[in-house]
Design a protein around this ligand. Structure first.
Ligand code: NAD
Length: 461
């Protein structure tokens, strides 16, 4: 059994059975059999009903599932509640689309009819990380099922609890044929790798670290299976002097994702501020960061939670030491151990200023509560700094000049750019990575087409 411990206080939260390689193979086999033995792929009404019931079950579970998400992942309860709702919304959205998996048809010549049919890919492995265990699962799961695929799910070993509970909701819905949704737990290097390499897996949908994504792409090459990759980021949050100052400061703190100790893939972990307002901006931001209440996510009033485990704590503190040599530490930069915090993996919200473009803390995804601030003179320099990393997941521009906002949004090389806000995600709005932040898109219609193959049936008339 795998023991899951609360990163905020070390208590035992959940026990999950650790799957073996044979379990992973059985799961793939069950998925393949379910695809072959049922008409799931051709039965959009059944899929829509199944997903609608699942969305309802998930919504109804919020009062007990959100605390479990907080206890195993650390984020404040309000964030976990929002995650459950986001998961339910995604399932509802794709329940609606299940009846709309349209292809096209056209005459190619006077005697030739083309029917372009969207079919399910087949067996899809869905491998997800720990930072938003439920919403990062529902994001690919709902369109994969809506498109008529069978799936094998593997959560991170750090956070299998909420996923295991969620899978039981699926099990209780009769419209999901047995074997259509399978669940294994276990290390990525063995159980996860099997779900990538297995010849009966037709597609891998992976969310996680960029280096793991590269490994997965290489492993998938042997059987040339389809891959969807949602990977790391180092997203730029660009503030111009003409922006609404107070909104932009609040937005920058929210973008840094201190609420989840910076462990958010789309985090605006690089803050670019126009030189003329830079000093005042950093001062206000620092005051607000210092006021954040850090603590256990279930405690009333807590705004920022712990890091996921000791390894991540050490990694982030190592980056802080590097940062001290590269830039100016403005606030934070140390572990918090006072009172109850001693039992968890807490780091004070940390801000570095005057961070050079080439600094490690400006280039690497730290996945911690560490914000790197950089000043810029004009639009050109802002674009240059914004595009200076290998990542391209997200970004934002704050300005009251709409032309400048659109110019910047077009020039920033990332799958998503917000204007005068940060981090808002909608099931109907695509997201995904440019550069080394990923391959393919999730959410929206494109997120549905990812889980289909297009077949051309050509009819001679
Ligand atoms: P990770 O890559 O270590 O693990 C992710 C999942 O992959 C886990 O389930 C793990 O067990 C599995 N895995 C690991 N090695 C594997 C292998 N060789 N074969 C198959 N599976 C394997 O990532 P993590 O530390 O759990 O999560 C944090 C990372 O995820 C960060 O880089 C973050 O930016 C990224 N992320 C990206 C998005 C996005 O939408 N782009 C969203 C959330 C997190």
């Amino acid at each position: 059994m795998l023991e899951v411990r609360d990163p905020g206080n070390g208590e035992l939260v959940y026990r999950a059975p650790n799957s073996t390689l044979d379990d992973a193979r059985d799961a793939v086999s069950a998925a393949k059999t379910a695809m072959e033995a049922t008409d799931w792929g051709d039965n959009p009404g059944q899929r829509a009903t199944a997903l609608s019931k699942l969305a309802h079950a998930l919504r109804s579970s919020i009062d007990w599932l959100a605390p479990l998400l907080t206890r195993e992942g650390g984020k404040p309860l309000s964030v976990s509640r929002a995650e459950v709702l986001r998961g339910a919304e995604a399932i509802e959205y794709y329940a609606g689309l299940a009846r709309n998996v349209y292809g096209r048809s056209t005459m190619l010549a006077p005697d030739s009819l083309a029917i372009l049919l969207r079919e399910p890919v087949g067996v899809v492995s869905i491998i997800v990380p720990w930072n938003m265990a439920l919403s990062l699962l529902t994001r690919p799961l709902a369109p994969a099922l809506a498109a008529g695929n069978a799936v094998v799910i593997k959560p991170s070993s750090a956070t299998p609890g909420a996923t295991a509970e969620f899978v039981q909701m699926i099990d209780a819905i009769p419209e999901f044929p047995k074997g259509m949704v399978n669940f294994v737990v276990g290390p990525g290097s063995t159980v996860g790798a099997e779900l990538v390499k297995h010849p009966d897996v037709d597609m891998v949908s992976f969310t996680g670290d960029t280096s793991t994504g590269k490994e997965i792409m290489k492993m998938a090459a042997d059987t040339l299976k389809k891959v969807g990759l949602e990977l790391g980021g180092k997203s730029p949050n660009v503030v111009f002097a003409d922006a609404d100052f107070d909104r932009a400061v609040r937005g920058a703190l929210n973008a840094a994702s201190m609420f989840h100790a910076g462990q958010v893939c789309i985090a605006g972990s690089r803050l670019l501020v126009e030189e003329t307002v830079h000093d005042r901006f950093v001062q206000r931001l620092t005051e607000m960061a210092n006021r954040l209440r850090v603590g256990h996510g279930l405690k009333e009033g807590v705004q920022a939670g712990p890091l996921i485990n000791e390894g991540q704590l050490t990694r982030v503190l190592d980056y802080v030491e590097v940062g001290k040599r590269e830039a100016e530490l403005v606030t934070g930069g140390h572990r918090l151990t006072e009172g109850e915090l001693e039992k968890g993996y807490f780091i004070a919200p940390t801000v570095f200023d005057r961070v050079p473009v080439t600094a490690k803390i400006a280039q690497d995804e730290i996945f911690g509560p560490v914000l790197a601030v950089q000043a810029f003179k004009d639009e050109d320099e802002a674009v240059e700094i914004a595009n200076s990393t290998v990542y391209g997941l997200a970004g934002a521009v704050w300005t009251n000049d709409i032309s400048k906002a659109i110019r910047m949004a077009k020039k920033i090389k990332s799958g998503m750019v917000w204007v005068n806000t940060f981090g808002k995600l909608y099931p109907a709005g695509e997201m995904g990575g440019y550069k080394q932040s990923g391959v393919g898109r999730q959410y929206g219609l494109e997120g549905l087409w990812e889980f289909t193959e297009l077949k051309h049936i050509n009819v001679q008339l």
